[in-house]
Design a protein around this ligand. Structure first.
Ligand SMILES: *Cc1c(COP(=O)(O)O)cnc(C)c1O
Length: 432
């Protein structure tokens, strides 16, 4: 049976609208100025005038710090390197553990391993999809050094409660805010709650410079360590005769070109968010009319920044599997994401504890582990990934409220055909 015969000959939409270019004349002009100056990067890896980079790099750091209400900004070349530097700056290393959500982009947990510490995974809230504060304490051991929160999809975790737990045990709170620039709790920005936080300027994020990352912290010492990790810290420490803050350095430097683009993009963040929130509010309202689909939940006092829009699928109500629903929606012109992210502890590297060649380092440093990476340790994450979570990337440019209407019409059409889809499912394996 062909797809079209099954799903109807006139799909709601022919095909998905592609990604949109958010670069404007402002970014082009800013890049041209750097090009004409000839100084594409002003960093030098020795203590002195150029240790902290050039004017654009310093400006993007000041702009991010001011925008999100934090004292220090440190620019780097990705959010992944930002995570690595932030963890290293907290002096987390071999033999340490970091509590982290398994429902995040893989880099959040990899950055712990890159510092030779071990991630311990705690379950999420079934409503916000972020780390559930009440799941944290059972995983704390004398080796725990930090709680790493990823503010996922555009929504902040319950950071006030997580900060309270961290204070009780003397732990750092590290915020991975790559997906949620502009999200708030009672007007306070995501990225300003933890001891240190990171943002992404990767091409796929709400604002971008192609690649790039920003670290924010109120802590002078953490800021200084991040600056050193970014730029060959062992050389600078030697120049200064400073063996207190000596750290293993790297080259995580952002170029003046990327900084110039990022400065302009940050100015546009608020406008992008107005657009995202208005489309998302529309979608939330209309989803209330759809049986077996649950739109986003935003806790009282929180503002979502809608990196993507989460929808929960109820297969009991629909009488079909999520994969069948997604195949039908795709045929109607709406490709959607299934599951978001496999629970990180189920990935091969964690299953085989194989990071470095044939050794099991750094896992081997933990002689009495509190956690085994097996199915069942975070049941809510597993339920979301395997059964319920659907990701809609519809709440951004170039989509309009007409696209939201079309989406709801497609859902209604698939709903009306769910009996046929159930029959189809019985005789076919549906892949999405
Ligand atoms: C995208 C992303 C990262 C990594 O960002 P890069 O800038 O691409 O390194 C880290 N964490 C989360 C939650 C992300 O979504």
């Amino acid at each position: 049976m062909s797809k079209l015969a099954l799903f109807g000959n006139s799909p709601i939409r022919e095909k998905a609208i592609p990604w949109v270019n958010t670069m404007g004349p402002e970014e082009t002009q800013a890049v041209m100025e750097v090009m004409e100056s000839g100084t594409l990067s002003a960093f030098l890896g020795r203590a002195g005038e150029h240790y902290l980079g050039g004017p654009k790099v310093k400006q993007i750091e000041a702009d991010f710090a001011a925008k999100f209400g934090v004292k220090h900004g440190i620019s780097v070349n990705s959010a992944t390197t930002a995570l690595h530097a932030a963890i290293a700056a907290c002096e987390i290393g071999p033999g340490d553990e970091v509590i982290v959500t398994p429902y995040t982009m893989v880099a959040t947990a990899s950055a712990v391993l890159m510092n030779n510490a071990v991630p311990i995974f705690a379950d999420i809230s079934s409503e916000t999809f972020n780390l559930n504060p009440s799941e944290i304490e059972k995983w704390i051991t004398p080796r725990t050094k930090a709680i790493m929160v990823a503010n996922m999809l555009g929504l902040t975790a319950d950071l006030p409660e997580i900060v309270r737990i961290a204070k009780k045990y003397g732990l750092y709170v590290i915020e991975d805010n790559a997906q949620s620039p502009g999200a708030t709790i009672n007007g306070k920005f995501a990225g300003s709650f933890g001891d240190i936080s990171i943002f992404s300027l990767n091409y796929h994020k709400v604002i971008h410079s192609g690649e790039g990352g920003i670290i924010l912290t109120d802590n002078d010492e953490l800021a200084r360590r991040c600056q050193m990790i970014r730029n060959h810290g062992e050389m600078a420490a030697d120049d200064l005769g400073d063996y207190e803050t000596v750290v293993l350095g790297n080259n995580y430097r952002m170029t003046e070109l990327h900084a110039a683009i990022g400065i302009e993009q940050l100015k546009k963040l608020d406008d992008f968010l107005v657009k995202r929130r208005s489309l998302a509010d529309n979608l939330t309202e209309q989803l209330k009319t759809c049986e077996g689909l649950k739109g986003v939940y935003v806790p009282e006092g929180y503002e979502h920044s809608y990196y993507v829009y989460p929808i929960l699928f109820d297969k009991e109500v629909w009488g079909i599997n999520r994969a069948t629903f997604l195949a039908a929606m795709k045929a109607e012109g709406f490709p959607l994401g299934a599951g978001l992210q496999k629970p990180i502890y189920l990935l091969p590297m964690y299953q085989h504890k194989k990071v470095y060649n044939q050794t099991t380092f750094p896992f081997s440093l933990i002689t009495n582990p509190i956690q085994e990476y097996k199915k069942g340790i975070c049941p809510i994450v597993e339920e979301m990934f395997f059964d319920k979570m659907i990701i809609a990337d519809l709440c951004r440019e170039p989509f309009t409220s007409n696209d939201i209407d079309d989406f709801i019409a497609a859902v209604a059409k698939v709903w009306a055909e769910r009996g046929k889809l159930h029959e189809f499912e019985k005789s076919n394996t549906v892949n999405t």
